[in-house]
Design a protein around this ligand. Structure first.
Ligand code: C2E
Ligand code: MG
Ligand code: MG
Length: 711
């Protein structure tokens, strides 16, 4: 109420003084606040400030009459519905008619019975207040329905008349002005496929058969496409228990469904390729396994890994990587023609395929072959041509695993095996593979502690200068004796350390140990004062490699030319520009550089002239056969001749016999290393053997380095 007190405020507008006085008198006594005006113009002016709860308006006034005041007042915002009671002097039905036309709520005729009028005003106010409350609650309901995307309807079964709420109109996407509510109109909005079901359901409710009172269905007439709704219905019954009407609530679940779908998409699909993800694949695999167990059929899991995908990401960027992944996903899906099969992306560059209902492994192998061929076709991303390949591992149920987890692991192991076999190939899982992998896992986990627990050791194998017949250097060779596994050959653990990156700290430790040893030998006047250390590609490509070498030299105090780094040919073939760069930096420090296992890689001698290399180490496989295979003899001779002409030293590895030594000496080979002179040994053992080794050399070579025939 507008008055400062809690009393209702009445505005009295009358030109007659005595009426105003009487009004004030009676109304105040009847507990109203009163403000009075003698002219309609003044009253209208003050209306907004005064904001009365009720207006008492005289019809006959000099300037403008009560009808005009009432009409104008109704146009003032906020006063459209304020109760207005008109006081007519004329007891004619005409003026009553006019009063209502002007917007009056009620009228009273003069002379006025004031006490009766006061009751009338009270009643008017109460009625107005309930109308206000109703409006307010309707407004709140409409807001609540809009917010809840929920509309309601009422259906009277006596005359089939219907009521639709504002929000129901919105959900049905129908304009209230276009269509009066009706059951037929309601059904028109419903998707054709759902109509019959809904009709039966409604009939059951009307017949009060035991049924559910909720139903979900689809609306089809919305401009924004199909909408999913949930409907709840309640019956109203008469005194005899007959159903006379129904009340329904319709909730629009379209957005909720969309969100649910989106969540489902996020939880079960990969967002780069839109393929199922690991979770969904595992679910599908699990149910396929149960079906296969019941039906006694086989199924296969193929694990596909893109070879060297990291290179694509690193060199061309993730955007190109994503384009390529999408293309890979497309090619894999195209290769899989079985509609019961599933393709998934497990993460990064790994994809899996589930082939159900097999009678053996040939379908899986056929598919793997097709995949390898398709995935090896060039890719184009952002104007770049990318060449790639893949490795595929196959595991079968029930042979290689009884559950999703173990089948996937088996397929993954087979895939790793395909990688080790040189990539771009497939492997079928077998039990030996499994054992090998487990051994690898054990090596991998134990190796990491090996360094802290002092299980590694560096052995040294002497190298001989054939021009003098004297010792000059030793190659550092890593050894590992694990308390759990015993002696592990470097052939077994170094490749693992290269796969998991452990070779970096391990290799650095070898480098430090070897440098310290060389300094110790120098200080002890030992005949060997130089060391050669094997360097893994992983160490070499690190940005800080040159700095690490320089630091170790500085810390140990070894003269740079007393250190030789052995790198492999593959390093030169892979990324020529930065390799040359690093080699130059290392050369600038002053260390010597050699190519290990020369002849087993792809580099040609002509390519080598671009690299600042000091020495080639001819691979022992050639040396082994020099005296028996004319081809190996020819190659060895040619390599020696060419390296001499290119001013490179040539060291022959793996020299075991006098015949081999003799052959190499005659071909002008510069240096050798091998069991003939000494096996690799720990420095302390070498110290005890050194006299014997020197004696052996003295018996083999004369003072000028010539080979003594006697030997
Ligand atoms: P590599 O660098 O070519 O080393 C020469 C290998 O030939 C050594 O095997 C050595 O013991 C063996 N050998 C030497 N003379 C003879 C011989 O007369 N006959 C035969 N049959 N073999 C001979 P090892 O020590 O088993 O090392 C194998 C490979 O492991 C090495 O080949 C090298 O590539 C790698 N390696 C060893 N230590 C390290 C290291 O500290 N770091 C890195 N990155 N690789 C290492
Ligand atoms: Mg070596
Ligand atoms: Mg070698």
């Amino acid at each position: 109420m507008a008055g400062m007190s809690n009393k209702p405020l009445v505005m009295v507008v009358d030109d007659d003084n005595s009426t105003r006085m009487m009004a004030t008198e009676f109304l105040s006594q009847a507990n109203f606040d009163v403000v009075d005006f003698s002219s309609g113009i003044d009253a209208l002016k003050q209306l907004p400030q005064i904001s009365p709860d009720l207006i008492l308006l005289d019809v006959e006034m000099p300037e403008i009459d009560g009808f005009a005041v009432c009409r104008r007042l109704r146009k003032c915002p906020g006063f459209e519905n304020t109760p207005v009671l008109m006081l007519t002097g004329l007891n004619s039905s005409d003026s009553v008619e006019l009063a209502f036309e002007a917007g009056a709520t009620d009228f009273a005729t003069k002379p006025i019975n004031w006490s009766l009028l006061c009751h009338r005003l009270r009643y008017l106010l109460r009625a107005w207040q309930s109308a206000q409350d109703l409006k307010q609650s309707q407004r709140s309901l409409a807001v609540a329905q809009r917010m809840a995307q929920m509309g309601n309807w009422h259906l009277s079964l006596t005359d089939n008349s219907m009521y639709w709420s504002e929000q129901l109109y919105a959900i049905l996407d129908v304009q209230p002005t276009d269509q009066p509510p009706s059951l037929a109109g309601f059904f028109d909005c419903i998707c054709i496929n759902d109509r019959e079901r809904l009709q039966t359901w409604l009939n059951d409710i009307v017949a009060a058969k035991n049924t559910t009172y909720t139903i979900d269905f689809c609306l089809s007439n919305s401009a924004s496409g199909e909408r999913y709704v949930h409907q709840l219905v309640e019956q109203e019954t008469d005194a005899e228990g007959r159903v006379v009407s129904l009340n329904g609530v319709v909730q629009d679940l379209t957005e909720k469904r969309r969100t649910e779908r989106r969540l489902e998409q996020l939880a079960h699909y990969d967002n780069v390729t839109e393929l199922p993800n690991r979770t969904l694949f595992q679910d599908r695999l699990t149910s396929s396994i149960s079906e296969a167990s019941v039906g006694d059929t086989a199924l296969a899991v193929l694990y596909v890994d893109i070879d060297d995908f990291k290179l694509v990401n690193d060199s061309l960027g993730h955007a190109s990587g994503d384009i390529m992944l999408n293309e890979i996903a497309r090619r894999i899906s195209n290769c899989v023609d079985d509609t019961n099969a599933s393709v998934a992306r497990m993460g990064a560059d790994e994809f899996t395929i589930l082939l159900p209902n097999l009678d053996g492994c040939h379908q899986a192998i056929d598919l793997a072959t097709r995949l390898l061929r398709e995935l090896a076709q060039p890719y184009s991303a952002m104007d770049e041509q990318i060449f790639s390949s893949s490795s595929v591992g196959i595991a079968l149920f029930p042979d290689h695993g009884g559950c999703a987890e173990s089948l996937l692991t088996s397929a993954d192991i087979a895939m790793s095996e395909a990688k080790r076999a040189g990539k771009n190939t497939y492997r079928l899982h077998d039990d030996k593979l499994h054992a090998d992998t487990q051994k690898r896992f054990r090596i991998e986990s134990l190796m990491r502690h090996g360094l802290e627990r002092d299980e590694f050791q560096v052995y040294f194998q002497p190298q001989i200068d054939l021009t003098t017949g004297r010792l000059y250097s030793a190659e550092a060779l890593l050894r590992w004796v694990s308390p759990e596994l015993g002696f592990v050959s470097p052939g077994d653990f170094i490749s693992i350390a290269e796969d998991n990156g452990f070779i970096v700290p391990l290799g650095q430790w070898v480098l430090e140990t070897a440098c310290k040893q060389a300094v110790a030998w120098h200080e002890a006047n030992f005949p060997i004062t130089q060391v050669a250390v094997n360097i893994s590609v992983l160490q070499f490509v690190r940005e800080d490699f040159t700095a690490t070498v320089a630091r170790i030299l500085a810390e140990t105090g070894l003269a740079p030319e007393k250190l030789e780094l052995e790198i492999t040919e593959s390093l030169l073939a892979s990324d020529t520009v930065s390799a040359v760069d690093t080699l130059r930096k290392l050369k600038a420090i002053g260390v010597q550089l050699s190519i290990d296992d020369f002849g087993t890689g792809y580099s040609s001698l002509s390519q080598l002239k671009h690299f600042p290399i000091d020495r080639l180490k001819l691979d022992q496989s050639f040396v082994q056969e020099v005296t028996t295979s004319p081809a190996d003899a020819a190659i060895t001779r040619a390599v020696i001749a060419m390296s001499n002409s290119m001013d490179l030293k040539l060291l022959a590895e793996g020299v075991e016999t006098m015949e081999q030594l003799d052959f190499l000496k005659r071909c002008d080979c510069d240096e050798i290393q091998g069991f003939l002179i000494s096996k690799p040994a720990p420095a302390n053992v070498l110290a005890t053997e050194i006299d014997a080794i020197e004696a052996l050399l003295n018996s083999l070579f004369d003072a000028q380095g010539g080979l003594l025939q006697a030997a």
